[in-house]
Ligand binder design. Sequence first.
Ligand code: NDP
Length: 317
Amino acid sequence: MADSPEKALCVIIGSGPAGYTAAVYAARANMKPILYTGPEPGGQLMITTEVENYPGYPEGVQGPTMMDDFQKQAERFETDVRHEMITKVEFNSGGVHKLWTESDHELHANAVIISTGASARWLGLENEKRLAMSGGGVSACAVCDGFFYRDMDVAIVGAGDSAAEEALYLSKLCTNVHMLVRRDEMRASKIMQERVFKAKNIQIHWNTETVDILGDETVTGALVKNNKTGEQSTIPVQGFFVAIGHTPNTKIFADYLELDPQGYLITTPGRTFTNVEGVFASGDAQDNIYRQAVTAAGTGCMAALDAERYLAEKGII
Ligand code: NDP
């Protein structure tokens, strides 16, 4: 027979900067949060090497170390951190929300904070994964890692607004930026395209696909193929950026919560309310624009404060 459902004041789903910050605030407000880490404990920062733009770390910090610090801080206030995944939900506006873990444990929560993040899309090449994991020069975030390639040559793959924006960002730091576009046109908005075309040190390689990323310890080049002519060539670069979009981790909420066409959770502007009372959203799962650790932490704090007020207004805490 299945166990009877566990009752919780507040369940937090996700363990990136948003989830852990929500946990610190919720725990200090006596909401006894239970945090489910999900399949990638620590979130996207676990595949980042050095983080230099998070305030409070003047010397920079390794992404995994920072996430370890986040977890310790949440646990210091007795957040119940569980290394499992929530696989199913049943939300009930203004009432008790039901959640199930992968091992079929059932929880009934008065408030739920979603901070499941968004996963960067990758090309799927073996060397891409290896050199991203080792900090060897492959990254899915130019704003986070571009600084390490000052005065060097880099490549960026993608042709949407993110790729255009990141190519422009890199062009201010790097000597040359090679933009690898798989078609003969870009998906990015016209204004972004114009800016890219105007940048003197961005070279666009049209109809170009990445065959492989070269380098043992660090990136030394990109092996590319022109998909019109079939011709292969090597572009020598020290950094390789992937900007082919993100997938928000929101699939299990789709029956209950409003999502935008790309799957991001829709929240009340300036707040963390979803369309279901008692369910709050924070971090990259609801942020298609900024996607930074510090902004995710900020919205995690907001979600916990919103949840606390909600529970107080209902007379639950
Ligand atoms: P998009 O989905 O808009 O673009 C992804 C790009 O990656 C496309 O050009 C696509 O090529 C390319 N791509 C996908 N898979 C591959 C692959 N395997 N190999 C090579 N190229 C590939 O994602 P974005 O992250 O750029 O943007 C997401 C949303 O956010 C958009 O709505 C965008 O407008 C918005 N945004 C707005 C910004 C702004 O307004 N400042 C900034 C950033 C994002 P193809 O075109 O051939 O399909």
